[in-house]
Design a protein around this ligand. Structure first.
Ligand SMILES: C[S@@+](CC[C@H](N)C(=O)[O-])C[C@H]1O[C@@H](n2cnc3c(N)ncnc32)[C@H](O)[C@@H]1O
Length: 316
């Protein structure tokens, strides 16, 4: 019986770091990128997973609701599925998967699973504009985004994201700000080589394309793609912004993003600095400190207790 890993993004690359030997993986599973290889193993489309050979399916993607449904259709029993992004249900899906504890070493098993499972919806978001799937990934991050977007009604300007990857966050911004232009900056080829991303992390961020992202957007006509490394990719962009998501993981690109976007953010606008509280990506917080030293002032900012510790900067 094999071990299959659903997802070819950074969640999948983290598995090795958390102690799951790559040799233990039979194949990766991905709805968009079946056919190639990831970390030396074949990537299968979900329908190609042999249900009878699937001893354990480790789901690294955040869309656990949809994946659980797809697995049911494919005949993969729930007691073979371990959801690593099981953060925001009120019950622990993984209690249905006793297999995992037997198949994985105890230490690996403990390291893989999230410790907190939250949350109930606050009254303000009873009529959320986001789908259950979008909210389920990182509830605090997405719920905060929605509340911030609702405060932008009197703030002019476009929205932007630097660091789009597969467009999970961009899709939500586009859904919440349907009247705004959405600038999307990404190399779509991973990180700048000089940032020193580990090979698996770099590989995990190459599985994307502007077409794949565009296909996910509810209002694709608002999207303007700038493909290539930033800040060169921003040449000629003259817009100003009400909302900026800065999510590029490393020091130099974060610093460049802060320098470029902050003067172009409208008063009342927000800049969301993702991964500021992520101990695995400490260049982000370091870039924020370095940038404030350059400016010679402390910028008021509010940290969020979301999965990677977003810092929200408010322009006055
Ligand atoms: C963590 S991912 C972004 C995830 C996305 N914001 C989300 O929440 O779904 C980081 C992305 O930043 C991009 N990136 C990093 N440095 C960059 C640079 N200097 N120019 C363009 N893209 C960059 C990478 O290609 C990668 O796709």
């Amino acid at each position: 019986m094999g071990i299959y890993v659903w997802g070819t993004g950074c969640g999948a690359s983290e598995l090795a770091a958390k102690g799951l030997p790559e040799a233990a993986v039979t194949a990766y599973v991905d709805s968009f990128f079946g056919g190639g290889t990831f970390l030396g193993k074949p990537v299968l489309r979900p329908e190609a997973v042999p249900a009878e050979d699937c001893g354990l399916l480790i789901v690294t993607s955040r869309d656990s609701q949809a994946i659980a449904g797809r697995c049911r259709e494919l005949g993969i029993p729930e007691d073979r599925i371990l959801f690593l992004k099981n953060h925001c249900t009120l019950w622990d899906r993984n209690c249905l998967c006793p297999q995992a504890r037997e198949l994985l070493e105890e230490a690996v098993w403990r390291r893989l699973l999230p410790r907190q499972r939250i949350v109930s919806t606050p009254a303000q978001l009873a009529d959320s504009a986001l789908s259950q799937g979008d909210l389920a990934g990182d509830y605090v991050r997405m719920a905060s985004l929605e509340l911030l977007c609702r405060r932008l009604t009197r703030v002019p300007g476009a929205a932007a994201e630097l660091g789009v990857y597969r467009g999970g966050f961009a899709r939500c911004v586009n859904a919440l700000l349907p009247e705004r232009r959405l600038w999307l900056f990404d190399s779509f080829a991973g990180f700048r080589p000089e940032e020193g991303a580990a090979p698996a992390f770099q590989a995990a961020h190459r599985n994307t394309s502007p077409e794949q992202v565009r296909g996910q957007l509810p209002h694709p006509e608002q999207a303007v793609f700038r493909v290539g490394f930033f800040p060169e990719s921003a040449e000629g962009v003259e817009d100003r912004f009400c909302l900026v998501s800065l999510d590029v993981d490393f020091l130099e690109s974060t610093l460049t993003g802060l320098r470029w976007f902050w003067p172009r953010l409208e008063p009342g606008g927000y800049l969301l600095l993702h991964d500021w509280g992520n101990p695995g990506l400490d260049g982000v917080a370091e870039a924020f400190e370095q940038w404030q030293r350059e400016l010679g002032q402390r910028i008021p900012a509010v940290p969020l207790p979301d999965l990677c510790g977003t810092l929200v900067l408010c322009k006055v």
